[in-house]
Design a protein around this ligand. Structure first.
Ligand code: SF4
Length: 487
C-alpha cells in the first residue's frame, strides 16, 4: 500500500490515500452502473483463440480482428497447426490487421512454444504466459482475465490515459500503473474494471476531446473540463467502437445521463431534455448491439485449458458465492442400479460441494449433459436454454451442466458467473475430465451428450443450440422425450 501521506491532485483539494481509494471505488461503481455487462470485445471460444486474437489486436481495432479470425480459426484449429503454418498463407490471412509479418512471426512462434513446452495448450499463469512469443504483460492479463477467469488488469492506451486523468496515478510505466490500480480496487473486480475503463475511453473520455459534459464520472474526475463541457456539444462527441455491447448498457446509460444532466449540471429542464434526447440518439446509434450476419458457428475444437489458479480466493468467498448462486441440487437418484459408462464416475456438485456418483444419481431416467466452460462464449449464450430445459423436465428427464475440468474444487469464478446470469440448473465440475472420457465426448465446447434411461450413450453433439425449440427437438429426436410446446 502507499505510505499514509497527503497527496495533492491537480485541480482538487489535497486528497488522502484513503480518500483516493474511496473515490476510485466510487468511480468504479459508477462505471458498473453504466456498463453492467462487460466482456472482451474480441471474439473467441478458447484460450488459444483469444491469445491469437490479442496478438492481432496490436495497432488494430477489435472490429477488424473479429472480421479476420473466423476464417483464421477454422484454418488453424490448434497450436500444432500454427506451429507448422505456411508463413505466406498465414501472412495473407492476417494482412489487413497491419504489421502482419511481425504478427505472423509471433503466432507461429506461439504455436511452436505451446507445442514444445505446454503440450499444445495455453498455460493459465502469468509467469508462464509472459514467456510466450507475442505475449507481454498486457496480453497475458487479457488471456488470464477473459479465458481463465483469473482477475487481471489490462493497461492499454485507454486505461493508462484515463487513470492518469483521474489522478489515480501519474505513472506511465504500465507495470507500475497496474500495481497502483491493483491497490485501489479489489482483485476480483480487476478484469471487469479493465473492460469498463476501456469502454469509457473509447466512447466518452477520448484522447483529444473528452465528452466531459455528459460524463457520468464528472463529479469525481479532477480533469473535468479538459474536454467539451457543454452537454449538447459533448453529446455529439459520444461514439461507439463498432462493438456489440449488451442492450442494457444503452438503457442504463441513458437514465444515468439524464440524471447527470439534471443533478450535476442543474440544467434548466428544457435544455436538459434536448441534451438528453441528443445523448440518447448518440448512444443508441453508438451502443446498439450489432448482430453478426452469419449464423453462429459451432465452437471450434478446443482443449480445455489447464492450470487455472483461483486458489487465492478464500474458502469463505467460495462458500458465499455458492450460496449466492443458489443452484438447484444435483440429482440424487431413485435407487435404480447404475449402468452404462457413467456408473462409478464421481465428481463435485457445484450446488453444495458434495461428491456425486453421476451414474447412480441419474440412473433410470434419460439424461441430457451440457458440457460447457465459463471461458467459452457460445457456452455462455447457450446455458440459459439448458436452465429452461431443466426447469421444464419434471420427472421425465435429468439435465446436468458439466463444467470443464479447470476450476477444480475451487469454483469461485464459475459460481459468480452462474449467479450473474441467473441460471440455477444442477451443475457439476469435471476436474479429472472423467465424465468427458467416459462418454467419449470430444474436447469441444459446448457439446451436448444424450444418455438413455439404461445408461447408454444415444449421441454426443458438439454444437451450439441457438433456440429452445432447437434443443427440445434434439431431446425428442435422441431420447424420445417430448416436453411439449415451448411456453
Ligand atoms: S469528466 Fe471528462 S476527463 Fe473526466 S472522465 Fe469524464 S470525459 Fe474524461
Amino acid at each position: 500500500m502507499r505510505p499514509l501521506t497527503w497527496v495533492v491532485v491537480s485541480r482538487r483539494k489535497p486528497e488522502t490515500p484513503l480518500g483516493l481509494v474511496r473515490r476510485a471505488r466510487r468511480m468504479n461503481r459508477t462505471l458498473q452502473e453504466a456498463f453492467p455487462h462487460v466482456y472482451c470485445e474480441l471474439d473467441f471460444t478458447t484460450p488459444l483463440e483469444l491469445s491469437v486474437a490479442t496478438i492481432l489486436s496490436a495497432q488494430c481495432t477489435d472490429v477488424r480482428v473479429n472480421q479476420v479470425t473466423p476464417a483464421l480459426f477454422r484454418r488453424y484449429p490448434d497450436a500444432f497447426s500454427y506451429a507448422s503454418a505456411d508463413r505466406t498463407e498465414l501472412e495473407e490471412m492476417i494482412r489487413s490487421t497491419g504489421f502482419y509479418r511481425n504478427k505472423a512471426n509471433s503466432i507461429i512462434g506461439l504455436g511452436q512454444a505451446l507445442v514444445d513446452r505446454f503440450d499444445g495448450e495455453v498455460p493459465g499463469t502469468l509467469k508462464e504466459l509472459v514467456t510466450l512469443p507475442g505475449f507481454g504483460r498486457k496480453t497475458a492479463n487479457v488471456v488470464l482475465g477473459n479465458a481463465f477467469g483469473v482477475p487481471g488488469i489490462t493497461v492499454d492506451t485507454h486505461f493508462g490515459r484515463l487513470v492518469r486523468r483521474w489522478d489515480w496515478t501519474q505513472e506511465t510505466d504500465p507495470v507500475k500503473v497496474e500495481k497502483v490500480v491493483g491497490e485501489l480496487i479489489p482483485r476480483k473486480e480487476w478484469t471487469d474494471l479493465s473492460h469498463r475503463i476501456i469502454f469509457h475511453g473509447r466512447r466518452v473520455c477520448h484522447a483529444r476531446t473528452p465528452a466531459c459534459g455528459v460524463c457520468l464520472l464528472a463529479k469525481d474526475c479532477p480533469s473535468f473540463g479538459e474536454g467539451q463541457v457543454d452537454p449538447v456539444k459533448a453529446a455529439a462527441l459520444v461514439k461507439g467502437s463498432g462493438d456489440r455491447p449488451s442492450p442494457r448498457i444503452g438503457g442504463d446509460h441513458r437514465m444515468s445521463t439524464m440524471d447527470t444532466l439534471k443533478k450535476t449540471f442543474a440544467l434548466p429542464g428544457m435544455r436538459a431534455m434536448i441534451a438528453f434526447i441528443i445523448v440518447t440518439i448518440a448512444l443508441v446509434v453508438a451502443l446498439w448491439p450489432r448482430g453478426t450476419d452469419e449464423p453462429a458457428a459451432p465452437a471450434a475444437p478446443s482443449s480445455p485449458p489447464s492450470g487455472i489458479t483461483d486458489q487465492t480466493v478464500a474458502q469463505s468467498e467460495i462458500d458465499a458465492a455458492r450460496r449466492d448462486a443458489a443452484l438447484n441440487p444435483c440429482p440424487a437418484g431413485a435407487g435404480a442400479a447404475a449402468t452404462g459408462p457413467l456408473a462409478g464416475v464421481t465428481v463435485p456438485c457445484m450446488g453444495d460441494g458434495s461428491t456425486i456418483d453421476v451414474g447412480a444419481a441419474t440412473a433410470g431416467k434419460p439424461l441430457v449433459i451440457n458440457m460447457w466452460a465459463v471461458w467459452c462464449l457460445p457456452c455462455r449464450r447457450e446455458l440459459p436454454l439448458f436452465d429452461r430445459l431443466s426447469a421444464a423436465s419434471g420427472d421425465k428427464l435429468n439435465v446436468l451442466a458439466v463444467h470443464a475440468r479447470e476450476g477444480g474444487d475451487k469454483p469461485y469464478f464459475v459460481l459468480k458467473f452462474l449467479q450473474e446470469v441467473g441460471v440455477h440448473l444442477p451443475v457439476v465440475t469435471d476436474p479429472q475430465g472423467s465424465i468427458a472420457q467416459a462418454v467419449k465426448a470430444p474436447r469441444v465446447f459446448p457439446s451436448t451428450v444424450f444418455i438413455r434411461a439404461d445408461g447408454s450413450v444415444a449421441a454426443v453433439l458438439p454444437r451450439v443450440f441457438e433456440t429452445y425449440e432447437d434443443l427440445t427437438g434434439a431431446v425428442r429426436e435422441q431420447l424420445g422425450v417430448d416436453l411439449g410446446a415451448a411456453s
